[in-house]
Design a protein around this ligand. Sequence first.
Ligand code: NAP
Length: 484
Amino acid sequence: MVSRIIPVETFDLVIFGGTGDLARRKILPALFKRFCSGQVPDGSKLIGAARSDLTTQAYRALVAEALLEFVGDIASDAETVRAFCEHVHYVSVDARGETGWSALAAELSPETVRAFYFSVGPGVYSDLARGLERHGLVGPETRIVVEKPFGHDLETAQALNRELAQHFDESQIYRIDHYLGKETVQNLMAVRFGNMLFEPLWNAQYIDHIQITVAETVGVAGRGDYYEKSGAMRDMVQNHLMQLLCLIAMEPPAQFEPDAVRDEKLKVIRALDAVQPHHIVRGQYTAADGAAAYREDVDNPRSKTESFVALKCQVNNWRWAGTPFYLRTGKRLRARDSEITVVFKDTPHSIFGPEAGRHRNELNIQLQPNEGITLNVTIKEPGPGGMRLVDVPLDMSFAEALGPKVQGSSDAYERLIMDVIRGNQTLFMRDDEVEAAWAWTDPIIHGWEARGDVPKPYDAFAHGPDDADLMMRREGREWRGLDK
Ligand code: NAP
């Protein structure tokens, strides 16, 4: 099968924070992979920028090391790495000060697409935006990529949006959520809107409930300072889980175009009910199986920050009235598992009698660790002895059908960075979307703070607090297991 990669024009990409963890682990490997696919045209420059005093030669060595560490399997050919590094440059710039800007300006080409990736701490975003404009680096072909966290609450997100709007048009701002760049997330839209099969059933009449889980096995060690001020609600629910919820629940946009898609996502967030306190469970992991407790990881024996959230919410519109959405995310859980499951209702009447048991169709969209979509259908168990029913998966993991194309498919950062270069904002969050998400999240967090809520303990590497299971059981439902 011939791959259809859309060519890109020559571009300059400046990675502010080019020596940091995200740049080394994700951005530079993604650019290297795109280079290997022929998508970094001759004349394009990849410019690392940070305060550290490095030469371009030293930065190239850092880049080559990062490639070996994080994509060693494809970066083993020294000649390819060397050819990639020809595009790589380094400028020492203090985004908050006055040094380095003219050297940066001198590196940039006057007429190409110019993207600035804000891979610095969120405290630097505003200074950086101001600095870019003050030093004359912003033109019509300029784009900025802003990492999470985008604000700490509604007020700070609004302030940041206002600040960015003073220097950039909204069409130049790319608020990145790497979950939206995942192949399966886009496949979710293809499955929903490219087939006749699902959309007629995609509503409260046929769907019992929907579960969205983002479970991690890692703890917060090493990121404790940030996480203590954030917690799972701000770190995961307000952005990643909300975005997945939007894609599952939104109405079909008229076109697969940035504002058409983002308008529909925004309507979903605005239709969300306030979450009732008894429909939300916070948790915090305790020591188990050799792992330290959350409070040790963050060095705060009194911490009330949640490392786990499970909640039930409702999209209040005609399509979804009566179909709950259950969201769950946490650290130090039993398995790394990100998935969305659409659980269809029982058939209205079973002609096979009670002994056939309860069988439901489930559409499972697996995002991590293995991307794929599975539809469970009920069939007769083979063999004699009457009509026994069994659920079997119709596997749409694409690997067999599409083979090497799937193996070589790009990761989320590759796709999203190339979308920035091409000027396609479809998979990026708009200012009003981010603010609406905070407007929904803030009252929940303020409620916890006002009540002095203490998260429920749960064992590291287990399934989360028992109360999260109880919340489901009270409604006659259960979470999908984390260790399928
Ligand atoms: P990090 O490892 O601490 O790196 C920060 C980078 O910013 C360094 O290169 C640092 O280099 C540079 N920097 C700091 N202050 C600067 C200034 N005034 N001017 C210019 N450069 C400056 O942080 P990170 O983990 O890469 O995270 C970067 C951003 O991505 C953060 O907003 C984070 O929330 C977000 N993010 C990270 C991840 C991840 O997996 N790491 C995931 C999602 C989002 P110098 O000290 O030399 O200046």
